[in-house]
Design a protein. Structure first.
Lengths: 401, 251
């Protein structure tokens, strides 16, 4: 189907089902129950899952295939957001021109940054991209925000004001980002017994976009171009002596991943019409690296899983505070309860980074292929158990896809 | 007039004159060996031919065109393929994928953005790759990860990759270095077969006398960066100058 083989088609269908049914899947607990805080099916968080999924899919085209580790991809995310908000300010709140411009501008910037950074490889390439991203951050944060020439609105962040031109804005259109009149904030809530499910227009826009770019990523992975990118990672020497110029291949991969990042940034602004410089900071660039490695570098589905995993932790684990912990361990004797809460305290709430860090270390040490490898091992283990061949050597690793 | 003409090539690294006044002519469809003791400048010469180094003086002409100043990939596109001392293959890819890359490179040039086509639909390229694997006796290993091949098979794959581009000149840099005797003999047979069956010129840099004398139609002896003699194998064997510079110290 769609030029994909059977395995890839089923992967695409699984991803489509998961994203379309996410409002159900992510809300497994009744709205009033004690477990409701683990529900992730609210629009804001679902949008973030998908947007960072797009960001990570694009990053993986560069890092997973060519092995070039960019530490500056958040710059393109930020550039995408700024471009989108400018479209809102100048034209109208319609998201289509905003997203289109964010992809184009991010593509142009990545062409420039990539052209310079790709003159080096390995750690020097990473440092160059990091330097560019930090320069972009500084530009957005202060340099390009002065009374004479205010492109980014500095610390406050770029937003739409009442006196902005918005030349295509008409009466009756929502005063928020919309798709031809359909507000990105409009949400239909379905109540089934004790459960409550939110269907948000913005989320479904992001979900459809993600399915399209996921499909494109599969096509790239399976194309001759994809083989060339993997050849870059494997042996550049042999590549050059085989009549191939590796530079344009890496640059093309860099620009594609930059455009994915710009798209993610544009979608972010389309969900919430605000662009701030902190989006471009190096921590944001590091986050997408973590997502890709955690999920499984060079695999198709891994980056999406990694993005979901990290965003879930960031939003759900960080909400567990001491009173919640006390509630869970109320059944223990008083002294024990306080002790357990004191032990767990550093790992939840504001300390969620600590838990994430430990998980990241465990994955890197025991599952170098990320969550995807974990899943494969699990499936192999279950299959082995079912057919009774538990003594089968598991040394054979299949290419993770 | 040979297919490869090296004229007055010199190369200096700091205080070391690695090559001086190197003249070499490789005739079409022959096997030409370049031998010499350690430090004679064999590898430097080879690197000057493939674009990795640019000589300070002299010229290198391939088929009437200068190769100097061109990048390795451009020189490859002119029709020169190089086999490395330790096999350079794409270790993370399967044998089949390894074979596809040079064929794509030959068909599409140094860069093509074929990102929306599917490899499985490239029937012609796949058939060529399969045929080459068949000829090299590696068809049964096509789905293997190339990193898990034996040393001899890696060498075989590398040669297959080079041949699939139908090069006019094949450069081999000590192709049997570090090989067991049996593997060495296999490689000699393979190279003999290639030079007999194909319309190809082979230039080989080698340490191993057994390999050189079994393969070469013509031999150039390099010593201290300068060619000492260039002659047919039987004349090289008895040449006292060569004995002194090279064979003498091993005998």
């Amino acid at each position: 189907m769609l030029g994909l083989n059977k395995k890839d088609t089923s992967l695409l269908i699984i991803v489509a089902l998961l994203t379309l049914l996410a409002p159900f899947i992510l809300n497994p607990f009744p709205a009033d129950s004690a477990m409701a805080q683990f529900n992730a099916g609210y629009p804001d968080l679902m949008q973030r899952f998908v947007i960072f999924g797009i960001f990570a899919i694009g990053f993986n085209i560069l890092f997973g295939l060519t092995g070039y580790l960019s530490f500056g991809h958040a710059a393109f995310l930020g550039i995408g957001s700024y471009s989108a908000v400018w479209m809102f300010k100048l034209l109208s709140y319609n998201v289509i021109p905003a997203i289109a411009l964010s992809i184009v501008i991010a593509g142009l910037f990545s062409l420039l940054i990539g052209y310079v950074s790709l003159r080096r490889s390995g750690i020097y390439f990473s440092i160059l991209t990091l330097a560019f991203a930090q320069m972009s951050f500084a530009l957005a944060y202060s340099v390009l925000s002065n009374p004479k020439f205010n492109l980014t609105n500095g610390e406050t962040g770029l937003q739409v004001y009442a006196d902005d031109p918005q030349i295509f804005h008409r009466e009756g259109l929502p005063d928020l980002p919309h798709l031809f009149g359909l507000s990105m904030r409009s949400t239909y809530t379905l109540d089934v017994g004790a459960w409550s499910f939110d269907f948000n227009a913005g989320y479904y826009l992001c979900a459809v976009v993600m399915m399209i770019v996921f499909y494109l990523a599969i096509r790239i992975f399976r194309s001759p171009f994809g083989i060339m990118l993997r050849a870059v990672k494997s042996n550049q020497q042999r590549m050059n002596y085989t009549g191939l110029n590796s530079r344009p291949y890496t640059l093309a991969a860099f620009v594609i991943s930059g455009m994915y990042a710009g798209l993610a940034g544009g979608l972010m602004a389309a969900m919430d019409p605000l662009a701030g410089a902190e989006r471009m900071q190096w921590t944001a660039s590091g986050e997408v690296v973590l997502m890709t490695i955690l999920g499984g570098t060079g695999t198709l589905i891994g980056p999406v899983l990694g993005a979901g995993f990290i965003k879930y932790f960031e939003n759900i684990f960080s909400k567990i505070n001491d009173s919640v912990l006390h509630g869970w361990f109320a059944f223990l004797p008083d002294g024990m309860e306080d002790f357990v809460v004191a032990v767990l305290h550093p790992f939840v709430g504001k300390g969620w980074h600590l838990t994430l860090g430990i998980l990241f270390m465990l994955v890197v040490i025991f599952l170098p292929g990320g969550l995807v490898e974990g899943g494969q091992r699990l499936i192999n283990w279950i299959r082995g158990k079912r057919s009774g061949e538990t003594d089968k050597p598991s040394g054979k690793t299949e290419p993770a896809e | 007039m040979g297919i490869l003409e090296v004229k007055d090539v010199g190369k200096r690294f700091g205080g070391l004159q690695a090559l001086s006044n190197v003249n070499l002519s490789v005739k079409e469809n022959t096997v030409h060996a370049i031998i010499g003791p350690n430090g004679a400048g064999k590898s430097t010469l080879l690197n000057c031919l493939v674009g990795k180094l640019i000589p300070d003086t002299g010229s290198v002409m391939f088929d009437g065109q200068s190769v100097l100043g061109r990048a390795p990939y451009e020189i490859n596109q002119m029709g020169i393929s190089r086999v490395f001392q330790t096999p350079e293959i794409f270790g993370e890819l399967t044998v089949m994928e390894n074979m596809l890359i040079p064929i794509f490179a030959m068909r599409d040039g140094a860069f093509r953005m074929h990102a929306y086509e599917t490899v499985e639909n490239e029937r012609e390229v796949i058939e060529q790759a399969e045929q080459m694997l068949e000829e090299m006796g590696m068809a049964d290993k096509r789905h293997m990860h190339s990193a898990s091949l034996s040393r001899g098979d890696k060498r075989r794959l590398e040669i297959a990759m080079c041949l699939s581009q139908k090069p006019r000149l094949l450069l081999l840099d000590e192709p049997t270095a570090g090989m067991a005797r049996a593997d060495t003999n296999n490689t000699i047979d393979l190279l003999k077969q290639i030079s007999d069956e194909r319309d190809i010129t082979i230039a080989i840099i080698e340490h191993d006398m057994h390999v050189v004398f079994s393969l070469a139609d013509r031999i150039t002896v390099l010593a201290q960066g300068t060619p000492l003699v260039e002659d047919e194998p039987q004349n090289i064997r008895g040449n006292p100058k060569v004995r002194e510079a090279y064979l003498g110290e091993t005998a």
